[in-house]
Design a protein around this ligand. Sequence first.
Ligand SMILES: [Zn+2]
Length: 357
Amino acid sequence: MRRVITEKEIKEMLSRGEDPGSIPADALLTPSARDLLSGNGTAGPRAPQSNAAPSEPHIPDYEYRWTPGSDPKSPEEIQRFFNSPEIAQIKKRMCDIGRRIWEKDYVDGNGGNLTVRVGDNLILCTPTLISKGFMKPADICMVDLDGNQLAGTLKRTSEVNTHLGIMKRQPKAKSCVHAHPPHATAFAVASVKPPTCMIPEAEVFLGEIGLAPYETPGTPENARVVGEMGVDHQAIIMENHGVITWGKDIEDAYWKMENTDAYCKTIWVASQLGKGLKTFGPEKLQDLIEIRKSLGMEDRRAELRECELCDNGEFRPGVTCAVPDRIDRHTEGDPEAEDMVRAVTDLIEKELRRNGG
Ligand SMILES: [Zn+2]
């Protein structure tokens, strides 16, 4: 007889740290057990629907989903949830992303911070004064949407408020990554909004990068200006500070950080090549915005008129390639220099004639 597996049994397996892959191939899963395995409430990538049939090709999905209104309430419930296997998996993933931002030189010292939303009013976050490259799962804290610490032995980062400013206003922001990647931070210090319509992948996966006015890090004002911008922008350059990005999970939010810094780096290098920067134009951007929307990512630019789409009027290309001008252009209108050039030219010609050239 085929064994029936219920949601409760799956939860018990997960809490014992057992792999759901060990469920017999011919087992019958109840609908709620199947939901649990397919991502609702599990932190891992989508698990196979059933072992009875070959699994369908699927897109990896790390988004954490919860039932609204189901947050643990009592201190004991909160502790149990904070120490559950599904949260352990996210804590580990936060440490991995911390290592990646540190290895990419996106953070130095104790810089940067990470958050993952795991409930209506529950957010995992990195602690203050710690290198993001060397965190352990036990270092991760948990706060509510007002930034009050609910769990964890280390003190939460003060910059969590900026992340919460975004999460409160944009429910799709399930994770935020903040770092100081050098190229994008250079744009932040120069207060230059990166131009658009230059690289298609950036338009699709990153959308328009926002530039938020400077406010002191960790203050309610900073949380407000960045939070408001986060409604329409998944990547925000914060003036004189760094970058904050958001995504449906921490991997997604981290990718936006990579995309932002790589984009700023390319624009910076292109600006040095001595030619103007070429845009592919508003009509082509409209195609890319459609692709972005089809992938489930909104874009406020869908409402803009064509003439507003590739408006890079504020972009200052900066220093261009330092190729020295020809000497005769420098000497124009300077009789003394002209005499010297003529004397040198005469000398060279005389020498060439002497050598039969
Ligand atoms: Zn910072």
